[in-house]
Design a binder for this molecule. Structure first.
Ligand code: GAP
Length: 515
């Protein structure tokens, strides 16, 4: 665990040092849980969005995109249930005055039990060697069984308390488990209260409640209220989907773990409208498709898992998370929800406008059911970075061992695709040639010209930002128009003619390899 914490700290420091992520308003000591993306961060984020958008919108005849406004009519949030039910249970420690999410305190307790199980399994694996059967050990070892039973009982009680908004039982659970405040170490807790997560603001010209606006807490509602506009204008038949990427805002009680839980973040959501009764089938299809999307970009299978929701949101009849093993454990990366006709029916009722589809195949009008896939762009960014950042020992120019920090991002996601490096800075013939190459290939992908520092240091810098290809211009180049192209992961270097550089890089970063 200490090692994981260490790794996480390194990742946060790396993000700042290399211009991926900065604390928002840092010169004023920052604003909690709000971050700015730097020059490489914005590129990586755009590449994640492009990968998602293409896989959804360009590759499906029956999915189209929109970009709805962040502000929506206030009644939207009444209909969606967010005004009444978008709450988190909050608890304060009277000694430290720190505020916590009551369910998160219990979840952290559950994480600790899970860590104990993993420790026992690791110990046993070492003892039994190749013959070790982890599944069998979980079922038969009395200590592990005890941990697992305790875990299941607590998880079930928490889920019931959450589903029933039973704040008293949540408080009782915290007391029974003797959970202490991580800051003061005391168990001097307030009652558990509900806290609405929506940020509100005021429309300039209208005073009081009438002018109260919310910053959208999810992008999905912009899709629901536009359902008929989009369906009619794009002449789609059911089943069809609407995709959107955009900002969402939540006044999170505890916003920690860097960009994992932010107050302003970006979502990539797709609402898939289906005939009632077929939602289960589509739910399963989208579960499989989304897991495949994660694996295709190189996320190892053992870092991803499905996790069925223990307590369903107010709108869902089935829900699952795709969890990723972040440096602080397995946590939600994406949600797939079968949202029934809840949203469209509520909007229909509150707006008085019909939101129905006439299905020519069965000669019937109905309110469609919806299966949604919803992933946080920032969380995907953190997942991509945390699995890509490695510390390695590699041979340096003289063949000696040297440390390097390398971001082994999939080339499709890499912020810079190719760096063009003249061997020496003060040889004009080399820098002119290198700039010529840069100016030729810059129209095809994001590349970088760099002449500062020794060549070895420049390679290290490109490794640290994840650049898959480095092209070096040396004296041989001046004679025969060839360059050295170095590959980030294998460190293999080969000589190729200048006119092949663009094609080699394009082949290496081709998104088609993912589909
Ligand atoms: N429309 C459904 C919806 O919003 P959600 O599970 O609340 O569902 C979907 O959010 C995804 O948005 C999550 O899986 C996560 O990736 C991301 N997300 C939610 N809250 C976030 C936060 N505070 N900071 C960063 N990402 C967040």
């Amino acid at each position: 665990m200490a090692n994981q914490e260490d790794q996480f700290k390194k990742l946060v420091a790396h993000c700042k040092e290399y211009g991926f992520i900065f604390q928002s308003s840092e010169i004023y000591d920052g604003l909690a849980a709000t971050y700015d993306y730097g020059p490489y961060g914005v590129e990586l984020k755009n590449n994640i969005k492009e990968y998602w958008w293409k896989s959804m919108v360009y590759h499906h005849e029956n999915i189209v995109g929109i970009d709805a406004a962040i502000f929506m009519h206030p009644r939207t949030w009444k209909a969606s249930g967010h005004v009444d039910a978008f709450n988190d249970p909050m608890i304060d420690n009277k000694d430290s005055k720190k505020r916590y999410r009551a369910d998160v305190l219990v979840e952290e307790y559950l994480d600790k039990i899970e860590q104990k199980v993993n420790k026992e399994l690791a110990k046993a694996a070492k003892r039994f060697g190749d013959s070790f059967d982890a599944a069998m050990y979980r079922q038969t070892n009395p200590r592990v069984k005890g941990y697992l039973e305790k875990h299941a009982t607590i998880a079930k009680r928490l889920a019931t308390a959450m589903t029933n908004s039973d704040l008293d039982d949540m408080k009782a659970l915290i007391e029974e488990l003797e959970i202490a405040c991580p800051v003061s170490g005391s168990r001097n807790w307030t009652e558990v209260r509900q806290f609405n997560l929506m940020f509100s603001t005021q429309l300039g010209a209208v005073a009081g409640e009438e002018g109260k606006l919310y910053l959208r807490p999810e992008t999905a509602q912009g899709i629901f209220v536009n359902f008929l506009n989009v369906q009619k204008s794009s002449r789609q038949k059911l089943p069809f989907g609407i995709a959107q990427i955009g900002k969402a805002f939540r006044n999170e009680i505890v916003a920690r773990q860097f960009i994992f839980r932010m107050r302003e973040f970006e979502q990539m959501e797709m609402q898939f409208f289906v005939r009632p009764g077929t939602q289960k089938e589509w739910y399963e299809k989208w579960k499989a498709a989304r897991m495949q999307w994660h694996r295709a970009i190189g996320t190892p299978e053992d870092k991803l898992r499905f996790h069925d929701h223990d307590n369903l949101a107010h709108y869902a009849d089935a829900a699952v998370d795709i969890q990723f093993e972040f440096p602080f454990g397995f946590k939600e990366l994406e949600g797939i929800h079968s949202r029934t006709d809840f949203d469209l029916s509520s909007h229909q009722e509150l707006s008085g406008r019909k939101l129905q589809y006439f299905d020519p195949e069965i000669n019937e009008s109905y309110v469609p059911y919806v299966v949604e896939t919803s992933i946080g762009c920032d969380r995907m960014f953190l997942a991509a970075l945390s699995q890509a950042l490695r510390e390695e020992v590699v041979p340096d120019a003289e063949g000696k061992d040297a440390n390097r920090m390398v971001l082994k991002l999939h080339p499709v996601l890499a912020p810079v695709k190719c760096a063009v490096l003249p061997l020496l800075k003060n040889k004009e013939a080399l820098t002119t040639k290198a700039r010529e190459i840069f100016n030729r290939i810059k129209f095809s992908f994001n590349c970088q010209y760099d002449e500062k520092d020794a060549i070895g240091r420049r390679y290290r810098r490109q490794d640290a930002i994840g650049t898959p290809f480095c092209v070096t211009v040396d004296f041989e180049t001046l004679e025969d128009d060839t360059v050295t192209i170095r590959e980030r992961d294998s460190l293999a270097q080969r000589r190729i003619p200048i006119e092949q550089v663009e094609a080699v890089v394009l082949e290496g970063i081709d998104m088609r390899s993912l589909f």
